[in-house]
Design a protein around this ligand. Structure first.
Ligand SMILES: [Zn+2]
Length: 212
């Protein structure tokens, strides 16, 4: 199958435990599950509805603080932000507001009316969203359109090990709602394609990108 990110050819492998077929691109290091594993929005929502609301949990707040501690020193001094795919919680938006950044939040399941197409943002953040996307290239392009020129995009998603045997043992793809997997190389390729420059990654799960 052709890589939907960079159009190069992919290698196929099967995870014997789940019998799921995966495609791995050696050029942009994107891995994706066979399309029959892609779930509808309704299936995804029924699973998310089971999750507890962690908003008051100190660990949940610390998790977002770690993200902001990495992102904000790299992102200039933004005054406006959008949290794209916030889930049920507006906690990240609140934490940004505490830092003087006016943050809108949107989620296709929980806050579907919250996107204002007339607005552009100096910072767009998206945490634990990209691994759920059927078409991450299209969403990346859409987020870039919602950014001001010279604005920043910060994404959190676990980077896969880029080794098939290690990948099979990796926990992250075993969640049925996680269907596509990235490394910083994948975001470098996307940045190049959509008029952005890659700023930095943390080697693990976070990238910061700047619009030209
Ligand atoms: Zn590729």
């Amino acid at each position: 199958m052709t890589c939907p990110i960079c159009d190069d050819t992919t290698e196929t492998f099967i995870d014997e435990r789940s019998n799921i077929t995966y495609y791995h691109c050696n050029t942009c290091e994107y891995i994706f599950k066979s399309p029959e594993c892609h779930q509808s929005i309704a299936e995804q929502k029924s699973r998310y509805d089971l999750h507890e609301n962690h908003e008051d949990h100190p660990g949940y707040k610390a998790y977002f603080e770690r993200f902001l501690d990495f992102v904000l020193p790299l992102a200039g001094a933004p005054e406006t932000a959008l949290d794209f795919g916030c889930g049920r919680s507006s906690l990240l938006a609140k934490l940004l507001a505490e830092r003087g950044i006016d943050c809108d939040y949107y989620d296709p399941l929980y806050y579907p009316e919250n996107l204002d197409d007339s607005k552009k943002y100096e910072l767009v953040v998206s945490t634990e969203v990209f691994e759920h996307l059927h078409d991450p290239k299209a969403v990346f392009e859409e987020l870039v359109k919602r950014m001001e020129s010279k604005g920043y995009l910060a994404i959190q998603t676990q980077f896969h090990p880029n080794d098939i045997e290690a990948f099979k043992k990796w926990y992250y793809h075993q969640d049925p709602t996680h269907i596509v997997f990235f490394r910083s190389q994948t975001f470098r390729v996307l940045s190049e394609k959509y008029g952005c420059e890659f700023v930095e990654d943390n080697g693990k799960n976070m990238v910061v990108i700047r619009k030209r």
